[in-house]
Design a protein around this ligand. Sequence first.
Ligand SMILES: NC(=O)C1=CN([C@@H]2O[C@H](COP(=O)(O)OP(=O)(O)OC[C@H]3O[C@@H](n4cnc5c(N)ncnc54)[C@H](O)[C@@H]3O)[C@@H](O)[C@H]2O)[C@H](O)CC1
Ligand SMILES: [K+]
Length: 318
Amino acid sequence: QDANAAEELVARDDETLVARDDSHLEARDLNEPFEKREDVLEARDVLENIVARHYDDEEEWHPHHHHGHHHHHPHHFESEEEARIAQQIDEELMNTTGAFSIDQLMELAGLACAQTLATVYNKEKYPRVLVCCGPGNQGGDGLVAARHLGMFGYTPTIWYPKPGNKEIYKRLQAQCVNMKIPVIPPSEDSTSLHEALSNTDVILDAIFGFSFKPPVRAPFDKALSSITESKLPIVSVDIPSGWDVEKGNAQGVGLIPDVLVSLTAPKEGAREFKGRHFLGGRFVTKAMEEKFELNLPPYPGLSQIVELTKPEDNSTKL
Ligand SMILES: NC(=O)C1=CN([C@@H]2O[C@H](COP(=O)(O)OP(=O)(O)OC[C@H]3O[C@@H](n4cnc5c(N)ncnc54)[C@H](O)[C@@H]3O)[C@@H](O)[C@H]2O)[C@H](O)CC1
Ligand SMILES: [K+]
């Protein structure tokens, strides 16, 4: 009964957040002041705290943990600098000057993820891909990637236990369903994930991206262990799930992928990653690259990705 009440509360808050997020997107279109963004980030933090409060009983709720207010308390948010830069780039791409929509960025991000997986794991040996999608934008990247992988001739399956409420996620999921890509129905128990893992050749980890804040909450905590225990090859999007965007896998609960595709620019936390590392998100202009001192390599030819690992790194690994 208590759990039901909590679920309801979370669902209600989720809707409020989505509404605020949408108004924020509109505001962003009109190039309104940055405060709006902070408002949304704060709302998201509040929601996350509520969720955390209801799911981990041992966790105490700290109402003063307002990550969004970095302008006012910069010293408190040093560890979030990395996420902030990534968010700022995102912001800039989507303001009136950048002129991109979220759909476009997500499409290019997801396409880069699909291309990375297909580059390393060919469809003859690795036809079955389990695309694991998280509740945020990274989950959207995963849905886009699943569709492209299907188009490339793979047999994707989608695990999407906390589908986002926003229209964009619903449309992306519908596009996959229209291609007969199975979506595992969200469920409390982990049997369906285990079953999917035993029928998979490779995993696309699109669970958490630059907005992840540890510790990992249910159902993703158990899922990360199950994915690790499966010993299947993993391709992670942007940052291995469970890793802190800045401190990396300090907690030791994160996935250890074989391949990483960083979007826009590699995150600080990925420094410790040892494996094949690609860059994707071919929408950053030269001017923006210089402004944020990203120092990115050129993309070869028509490719959506560029490999950052040197060839000798792979040969020593193999
Ligand atoms: N410009 C680009 O590079 C683009 C990148 N994209 C991708 O978007 C993600 C960032 O998306 P965002 O919506 O900000 O958040 P995330 O997907 O990282 O996840 C937030 C999501 O997860 C929940 N959450 C946070 N912490 C936890 C936790 N400890 N346990 C459980 N759940 C948690 C939170 O509530 C949110 O729902 C970026 O990395 C790229 O992959 C865009 O697609 C386009 C442009
Ligand atoms: K990830």
